[in-house]
Design a protein around this ligand. Structure first.
Ligand code: GTP
Ligand code: MG
Length: 323
């Protein structure tokens, strides 16, 4: 760190609330690294009121970061239709589930290249898996709430990739945007169904390239065959590099948000997420408990008894759990 900071989480959070971005970054590092400090930060930052979260996922290189960069300006201008509802601060978390390092060369460079990198009302950070128990699927919501506790009203979570893990992270958003490109079908064949399930808005980026109409037809067909529901995902064409379609994308996100709020689904969605999150916390805690048991004497003698044929594994497990 370039200057002295307290290490106490509540002092750091106090500073982060007053706009100290270095303090906020330090708190995020705690969350990323895991262990008791991560839990302490997460508990301090927990609140019912959370930022509106927009997840962006898609294949590597689809244009998520370029789109995010364009969206930031839109977000700062407020929600379409409700311009009085100002969004004073925007957060961006760029998540790479495949990388154990944050600020890694590629992700970090792209994040830093953002035209908003020096804007004090915009907070951009990359996140990767480190020690956080339960991995990124627990660390990301903790991080989002932390940004909220620091006064950030909208958080964009960019997740690289289209595998199951990415889908899980991206779908922990209020509005999930799936970014595809013309000719996307092949690269995402494996997880088309998963993406279809989580998408609230589809973006066909790189619309300056041939194949946009085919890509749209493909998506429309898939939507026709699935998900009869109150919300049919909108499909927006964008050319992120020329900032084309970004306003329409933000408008589509905003309409989805109106739909969630108007139908009461924002509340039920968030409750579902908390149900899921609590299960994951319980599982993570149970795992720790098992490791503790496995390091103990009782466990060692249970193994001996198993080897000698005096116990079966199920009986042994029952005994250990009761103990
Ligand atoms: N032709 C064209 N190129 C684009 C467009 N949007 C992004 N790109 C380019 O595609 C490349 C990848 O863009 P990024 O925004 O970094 O894509 P990303 O999805 O964030 O990539 P990862 O984070 O690595 O998964 C860059 O060279 C962009 O300039 C577009 O609309 N049209
Ligand atoms: Mg990116």
């Amino acid at each position: 760190m370039s200057r002295s900071l307290p290490s106490d989480p509540s002092e750091l959070l106090e500073r982060a609330r007053r706009g100290d971005r270095v303090a906020l970054a330090r708190l995020l590092s705690y969350i990323e690294r895991g262990g008791p400090p991560a839990t302490a930060v997460a508990r301090l930052a927990y609140r019912a009121e959370v930022p509106y979260t927009v997840g962006l996922t898609g294949a590597p290189g689809a244009g998520k970061s370029t789109l995010t960069d364009g969206l930031i300006g839109r977000v700062r201008a407020g929600w379409p239709g409700t311009p009085t509802e100002a969004v004073e601060q925007v957060g961006v978390l760029a998540v790479d589930p495949t990388s154990p390092f944050s600020g890694g060369a590629i992700l970090g460079d792209r994040v830093r290249m953002s035209q908003h990198a020096l804007d004090p009302t915009v907070f951009i950070r990359s996140m990767a898996t480190r020690g956080h128990l339960g991995g990124l699927s627990l660390a990301v919501p903790d991080a989002v709430r932390l940004l909220g506790a620091a006064g950030i009203g909208v958080v964009i979570v960019e997740t690289v990739g289209v595998g199951q893990m990415e889908v899980e992270i991206a779908s922990a958003a209020d509005t999930t945007v799936v970014v595809v490109t013309p000719g996307w079908g092949d690269s995402m064949q494996a997880n088309k169904a998963g993406l279809l399930e989580i998408a609230d808005v589809f973006v066909i980026n790189k619309a300056d390239r041939p194949g946009v109409r085919e890509a749209r037809r493909d998506l429309e067909q898939m939507l026709d065959l699935s998900r009869p529901g109150a919300w049919r995902p909108e499909i927006v064409d964008t050319t992120a590099t020329a900032a084309e379609g970004v306003a329409e994308l933000w408008a589509a996100v905003s309409r989805h948000r109106d739909h969630l709020r108007g139908s009461g689904r924002l509340t039920t969605r968030r409750a579902d997420r908390m149900r899921h999150e609590l299960r994951r916390v319980l599982l993570a805690r149970a795992e720790v408990r098992v490791e503790e048991l496995a390091a103990g004497e009782e466990f060692a003698s249970a193994v001996k008894a198993l080897v000698a044929g005096e116990l079966d594994p199920y009986g042994a497990a029952d005994t250990l759990l009761e103990g």
